[in-house]
Write a protein that binds this ligand. Structure first.
Ligand SMILES: C[S@@+](CC[C@H](N)C(=O)[O-])C[C@H]1O[C@@H](n2cnc3c(N)ncnc32)[C@H](O)[C@@H]1O
Length: 247
């Protein structure tokens, strides 16, 4: 990890520490990420409005993951925990959800909500997604929502996701990506990396890095189903990325 990578990580931690205290409804302007999550209402039952309203994601990995009762789910960069709570309802008492985040204020907030809502099958672990605090082959599904683009070392994140998944396990992630080279105005925005913009990888980088990590059947599509060839070059957009660890 270079000095510059460390600075990026610290900047991201500072940015999300502040957001955890303010609890806004999104991490950035819609024009930055192109999409805020919109979850089907059935996922939101029994989740109080103030919890449901604190999402910093850019898609809905929960619906895409087709979670089954009894599964173990790991959420990379769990933030306030909304995806973890929805996943916990779907995997039920026999299943388990682990949220990993590096920002203390986010972890404290998520743990507080879990206790208040009485979720016993969710835990939040402090750690880096580049060094996931979980055993090898211990997880059925890795989810993540608008986080991997923030990492200065994306190959490490995807290698770690591969390591913790069981053979046949699923990788189901919403994230910000671009086609072609990023336009300078996005890189130059204040807080551009931390607002999920400047660190966005290209579609080809994402798919190539998943393949290099060992994943099979990697696919990436825009969350609003626009054909990739129609998405303007150089502008960040929200995508759903899925892949599978070979059995
Ligand atoms: C854009 S927010 C998304 C939060 C959550 N997934 C959601 O949908 O609301 C990014 C989160 O990822 C965490 N994060 C960013 N980089 C990380 C890293 N390298 N390791 C662990 N957590 C990280 C931040 O602390 C923050 O909580």
């Amino acid at each position: 990890m270079t000095k510059q990578d460390e600075q990026i990580r610290e900047e991201v931690r500072r940015y999300y520490g502040n957001l955890a205290e303010q609890q806004p409804a999104s991490c950035c302007e819609p024009s930055d990420c192109g999409y805020g999550p919109s979850y089907p209402s059935e996922l939101m039952t029994e989740i109080p409005k103030e919890v449901a309203g604190f999402s910093l994601g850019c898609g809905d990995p929960i619906s895409a993951a087709d979670l089954q009762p009894g599964e173990v789910v790991l959420d990379l960069g769990s933030g306030g925990g909304l995806d973890c709570f929805m996943a916990a309802k779907l995997v039920g008492a026999e299943g388990r959800v682990i949220g990993v985040d590096m920002t203390d204020a986010m972890l404290d907030h998520a743990a507080e909500v879990a206790a208040k809502l009485g979720f016993e099958n969710v835990e939040f672990r402090r750690g880096l997604i580049e060094e996931i605090p979980a055993e090898d082959q211990s997880v059925d599904v890795v989810i993540s929502n608008c986080v991997i683009n923030l990492s200065p070392d994306k190959p490490a994140v995807l290698r770690e996701a591969f390591r913790v998944l069981r053979p046949g396990g699923r990788f189901v992630v919403s994230d910000i990506v671009i086609r072609g080279e990023m336009r300078p105005q996005f890189r130059e925005l204040a807080d551009s990396w931390a607002a999920c913009v400047a660190g966005a990888p290209t579609v080809d980088e994402y798919l190539g890095t998943l393949n290099s990590a060992g994943f099979a059947d990697a696919e990436l599509k825009s969350v609003n189903d626009a054909p990739l060839s129609e998405i303007e070059l150089g502008i960040p957009f929200s995508a759903m990325i899925v892949a599978r660890k070979p059995s």
